[in-house]
Design a protein around this ligand. Structure first.
Ligand code: DAH
Length: 338
């Protein structure tokens, strides 16, 4: 009997249990009610007294060997009943790092510069009514910007359109917040324009608004200078040119000095050396009144810039359409450009 037991032990030592099914069959074969171990224990009763000790020990060794073989299988495939075991040593699949879209990169940088100056981010809907996009901003009813040429109206209701600028967020903010107000509003805007290398029907703007007591044009100028130097470099010079917007008075256009060193500079600045960056001005008292803010107590400034133009200049992108084509070869060039 001792020999039979030892033979079983040797067999077990050479047994491999590659699948959960094989392990279960093995368990039943040895440890089942009608299994080998049980049968041997029954036979054990007939073993002569002087052999009992050695045979008993061998039987225990056999039982332990069976249990060890089973424990080994359980450890190799935790929680799995079927199928091959996982190979944890196999190298993983490489996931190439993604890239931020150049528009997001520029937007994030602009927003973070103004956040550091105390502005907080505001948002508004892309579908706007006439009041928030035009009327409250002092656009006369016959103003050409309301024309079908420029605005995407929704369905057949001329009161609703895709916003043509982020200035609508100024109105929404002033209607719901009390001064002091200091917000920056990045967002997507829409204009019914022919698509070319320089203009698109969908683009992005960042709007700024500051309303408080005693806000002056000097505050506006200083804030824009600080922004220009943070974004374009410490030595950047700016100039403010008189301009016109219905919602600001006085209105201005801010340019930065770009230089006129080579042909590209001439092309980009139309031969002037100055690069137009944004529109700005003091919020028109009529706009404050429309939004429920008393212009006798408060004043403020506003500004708005196009992100695409700045991104084109920063990354030397000659065609605005590149931003919307989702060409991976183009987008991948911005990976790591945080
Ligand atoms: N909304 C103007 C546009 O889309 C840009 C602009 C100009 C915004 C002057 C302003 C501003 O806030 O003060 O062309």
């Amino acid at each position: 009997m001792l020999e039979i037991i030892e033979k079983h032990i040797r067999t077990i030592e050479q047994t491999t249990l590659p699948t959960a099914g094989a392990a279960e069959a093995f368990r039943i074969q040895y440890l089942g009610k009608k299994g080998i171990v049980q049968a041997l224990f029954t036979d054990f009763k007939t073993v002569p007294g002087d052999e009992k000790r050695a045979v008993g020990q061998a039987l225990n060794t056999l039982k332990t060997a069976v249990e060890a073989a089973l424990a080994n299988v359980v450890m190799k495939s935790p929680g799995r009943k079927k199928g091959p075991t996982e190979d944890f040593s196999r190298p993983g699949y490489a996931t190439p790092p993604g890239a931020h879209h150049p528009i997001s990169l520029v937007r994030n940088e602009i927003v973070s510069i103004f956040e550091r100056m105390g502005f907080s981010v505001a948002q508004g809907p892309e579908m706007e009514d006439d009041w928030h996009n035009f009327s409250a901003l002092n656009f006369p009813s016959e103003h050409p910007a309301r024309d079908m040429q420029d605005t995407f109206f929704l369905a057949k209701d001329p009161d609703w359109a895709l916003r043509t600028h982020t200035s609508s967020v100024q109105v929404r903010t002033m209607e719901t917040q009390k001064p002091p107000i200091r917000i920056i509003a990045p967002g997507r805007v829409f204009r019914n324009e022919a698509i070319s290398s320089r203009s698109h029907c969908v683009f992005h703007q960042v709007e700024g608004l500051y309303i408080d007591k005693n806000v002056s044009f000097a505050d506006l100028k200083q804030t824009l200078l600080a922004f220009a130097q943070a974004f374009f470099g410490e030595k950047t010079e700016i100039r403010l040119r008189p301009s016109y917007f219905p919602f600001t008075e006085p209105s201005a256009e801010m340019d930065i000095w770009w230089g006129l060193e080579n042909e590209a500079d001439h092309r980009m600045t139309k031969g002037t050396g100055w690069l137009e960056i944004m529109g700005c001005g003091m919020v028109d008292p009529a706009v404050l009144t429309s939004c429920g803010i008393d212009p006798m107590i408060y004043s403020g400034y506003a500004f708005g810039m196009g992100i695409e133009r700045i991104a084109m200049q920063r990354f030397q992108i000659p065609d605005i359409r590149a931003f919307y084509e989702n060409d991976l070869r183009f987008l991948k060039t911005f990976s790591g450009a945080l």
